[in-house]
Design a protein around this ligand. Sequence first.
Ligand code: MF3
Ligand code: CO
Length: 258
Amino acid sequence: MIEILNPTELARARESGALVAGILHTLRDRATAGTNLLDIDRWTREMIAAAGAQSCYVDYAPSFGRGPFGHYICTAVNDAVLHGMPYDYRLADGDLLTLDLAVSLDGIAADSAISFVVGGDRAADAGSGALIEVTERALAAGIAAAGPGARIGDLSHAIGTVLGGAGYPINTEFGGHGIGSTMHQDPHVANTGRPGRGYRLRPGLLLALEPWVMADTDELVTDADGWTLRSVTGCRTAHSEHTIAITDDGAEILTLPR
Ligand code: MF3
Ligand code: CO
């Protein structure tokens, strides 16, 4: 099902997006060397509760994971890229960390992910900086292609042109998605595609765009936890995601900190 939000719902989506962005911003500051992934999960639970919001993850049990996720945020370190389940691990300087968070506030969900190098020094590992930069650029290109009348394939093509143009293999098993009263909805937004194809965007549609890459492979392997997806070669990975709303004249990014 594809949902089109009315102005009241869109106003709620803005609050939900700002909450997600604010939590990610706070966690980014706190995620320094020595921080345990389980502390990040607990802080996330506390911030969601303090805002009177609901986790989209804790009870989530889709076909691609084993049972309910049971945690409040995805924490993916280095070769982990998607659905990273928090576990007892202390971050080290130079780790490439992805935080992926979706919450629902007043019945509307927002979803965003950021990747960064712990300790803040992208330049310390040129490979990590390049991975992060390409997902951020691909996300910006996807957003720039979004607006009323554009087709999903236009966004996929814009994202894939950046990822592929930088020489990265593109995996199409997981990509972006519609979002609204639930976190994962139609339409699917693959991270590569053909322009002019697919669903035509309309004002009021919410999309989560989420380019992700692995340095030298397009093949994923699932951890023993049944959730965490890693690169099969053990190479580093990055992921950037925003929730956007299609407006009358373009697209509005909802998951920016205020
Ligand atoms: N937020 C993720 C996405 O970007 C989905 C995570 S599902 C979880 O679509 F259960 F692993 F948290
Ligand atoms: Co998402």
